[in-house]
Design a protein around this ligand. Structure first.
Ligand SMILES: Cc1cc2nc3c(=O)[nH]c(=O)nc-3n(C[C@H](O)[C@H](O)[C@H](O)COP(=O)(O)O)c2cc1C
Length: 248
């Protein structure tokens, strides 16, 4: 196994960090690695917000579904899908009748942002710096817009916390679905009932014994969580609000 593959396999989401600032050299390497990621048409329709301000980290801890570990990260990176810079540049170039960015721009910007973000995650891992994605940055669109000074043609696609791995951390490797249920040869294969039961077998066996939702099985539990959790409902609302600017 070469070092890149080792890094990919060793990585876990890290939610506890060593009490040591991330060196400028390391942070520069992480950011430069993100910037080296491929982007659609090399347009780089994304921006990176580097968050080090303690107050801001604390606020994000609260607005991102009250996850206290977020504020303990040494650095937080937010990857925005960003068509604002191009839109403004088109204006600078006196382009006539500029249309507002569309859903194509939104999706490509999100793709660019996510791909760059994962480069940052892998680069960080190679330097002994752990990370954790925070999907909840897609919630509270209006609050985050005001907090981070986001213009209309941007959307926070991804956020990661960063910090060195503490000594003696026990890495917990989360189970993945077997490859046969994830990779399909030459076209999609709809899974039948037996295949679905096999796919979810390990998840069902490891289902928490005490579940607060009175669910009868794993599928029911996950469905209730996905559809009725406050954060889930808020994320759906928030993304629809953010997308509005791209659907005019
Ligand atoms: C898009 C995305 C959003 C996530 N959001 C959160 C989050 O808000 N809080 C958290 O603790 N972990 C979050 N995670 C981390 C996942 O829980 C984690 O990746 C998953 O359980 C697999 O574990 P592993 O990364 O250690 O392999 C997120 C991961 C992704 C990719």
């Amino acid at each position: 196994m070469n070092d890149v593959i080792k890094n990919i396999n060793n990585r876990v989401s890290l939610r506890r960090y060593k009490d040591k600032e991330i060196s400028k050299e390391h942070l520069d390497i992480i950011i430069d690695s993100a910037i080296k990621a491929p982007t659609a048409g090399n347009m780089m329709m994304y921006s990176i917000l580097k968050i080090t301000d303690e107050k801001l980290k604390e606020t994000l801890s609260e607005t991102c579904d009250n996850q206290p570990f977020i504020k303990n990260a040494k650095v937080i990176l937010i990857f925005l899908a960003d068509m604002q810079k191009w839109y403004d540049y088109f204006k600078v170039c006196n382009v006539e009748n500029i249309k507002s960015p569309g859903m194509n721009d939104f999706m490509l910007g999100v793709n660019d942002a996510l791909i760059a973000c994962q480069n940052a995650v892998i680069a960080a891992e190679s330097l002994g710096i752990g990370s954790c994605y925070i999907g909840d940055i897609m919630e509270n669109y209006e609050k985050h817009k005001a907090l981070l000074n986001l213009p209309d043609y941007t959307f926070p696609a991804a956020m990661i916390t960063l910090g060195y791995y503490p000594e003696n951390i026990k890495r917990v490797y989360r189970d993945r679905f077997d490859k046969e249920y994830v990779v399909f040869d030459n076209g999609y294969k709809r899974l039948d009932e037996d295949e679905l039961k096999n796919m979810f077998k390990r998840k069902e066996e490891n289902m928490p014994k005490t579940n607060t939702h009175d669910a009868n099985n794993f599928g029911e539990l996950m469905y209730i969580r996905k559809t009725s959790a406050d954060f889930s409902i808020e994320m759906d609302r928030s993304i629809k609000e953010g997308i509005k600017h791209f659907t005019k």
